[in-house]
Design a protein around this ligand. Structure first.
Ligand SMILES: C[S@@+](CC[C@H](N)C(=O)[O-])C[C@H]1O[C@@H](n2cnc3c(N)ncnc32)[C@H](O)[C@@H]1O
Length: 318
């Protein structure tokens, strides 16, 4: 096999995968007069796949004038399977709307943290996989952290997090002191990035920076996308980034929870099949000499109405 072709093919696939990471914007509504009338969707040059005979088609075909049902049926038929590959990192844009059904934001995990509220006071916190930052902001507000950084692999989610943060800042009077004193909400920041390093060798330059690391509903996505190696590296990186006496707050998904997502991408399928390090092994690994946490205890189990979200939350002490 031509290796340069294989390389290009892999790169194209990676690019396509990244493109598919985002939820597609809602398709423009077709212009229809009534149920039986024809749909008129203008097809632009860019929409034409290469090698297509579109240019030589009749105007009728180029305008895609067909009965509505037929047109929709064909569209979904030609949609490549990968168009449905969304949220490959669990980067759901409506995550908190789905997870917390209340109109006013209340995440039941906050009730678990409440019992440990002194733990957060005046601490520097890293929230890995912060999604739209709603929970990150709420933790900062309630528990009076010194500073908190929310990190996410999805740039669009980080943009939304900044918007939410700016809305908070705008609620304050102009001459508010918080900015000067670097307290809430001026002690919050968001960063776009992948927590999984390209190579384990980079762990060697890691420095302790945080007193608390939050790893909430994230392990499954790192495990599926980066395999056993990726999740193990993540645990070691967290340990290295924690200051002495620092803590990791871990809410891991159980292995049963993985299967539903195993076919989202080829990489995920491959990683899923190759798993030898299971979530039930996480504790032993975190407390082993390879990572180094001293002890661990159960913080609590959130009282969520859906059993799937009643995941135990553990605290690991460095
Ligand atoms: C299921 S959501 C959980 C959100 C939040 N931690 C919570 O529990 O409310 C998982 C989040 O982790 C992010 N994520 C997945 N893999 C990541 C990685 N390698 N580095 C940083 N963020 C990641 C996703 O984009 C997504 O926003």
């Amino acid at each position: 096999m031509d290796l340069s072709f294989a390389q290009t093919h892999i790169e194209t696939e990676i690019h396509k995968r990244d493109e598919n990471l985002r939820e597609e914007p809602p398709a423009k509504k077709p212009r229809t007069e009534n149920k039986n009338s024809a749909e008129i969707t203008k097809v632009s040059k860019e929409d034409v796949p290469s090698g297509s005979v579109q240019q030589r088609c009749s105007p009728r075909k180029r305008l895609d004038i067909r009965p509505l049902n037929e047109s929709l049926q064909q569209k979904s038929a030609i949609l490549p399977k990968k168009c449905k590959q969304k949220f490959i990192y669990g980067n759901y844009s409506k995550y908190y709307g789905y997870r917390n059904m209340d109109k006013v934001f209340h995440d039941v995990r906050l009730d678990v943290f409440n019992a440990y509220c002194d733990l957060f006071t005046e601490k520097s916190v890293l929230d890995i996989g912060c999604n739209t930052g709603i929970l990150t902001i709420e933790i900062a507000r309630r528990f009076k952290v010194k500073s908190i950084i929310g990190l996410d692999i999805d740039r669009h989610l980080i943009d939304q997090a900044f918007k939410a943060l700016n809305r908070r800042k705008k609620l304050l009077p102009f001459d508010n002191e918080s900015k000067r004193m670097e307290i809430f909400p001026f002690n919050i920041n968001f960063v776009h990035g992948n927590y999984v390093l390209k190579d384990d060798v980079l762990l060697e330059i890691e420095k302790p920076k945080f007193e608390i690391i939050l790893c909430l509903s994230l392990t499954k996505w790192i495990h599926l996308n980066f395999g056993d190696k990726g999740i193990k590296q993540t645990f070691r990186r967290m340990f290295l980034q924690l200051k002495p006496q620092g803590v990791l707050i871990l809410e891991a998904q159980c292995f049963n929870n993985y299967a539903k997502r195993k076919r989202i991408t080829d990489t995920i399928y491959h990683n899923y099949r190759a798993i030898e390090f299971f979530p039930q092994d996480f504790h032993t690994y975190l407390l082993s000499a390879e990572v180094g946490f001293k002890s661990c205890e159960l913080m609590g189990v959130p009282d969520h109405s859906k059993a799937g979200f009643q995941r135990p939350i553990y605290i690991f002490y460095k």
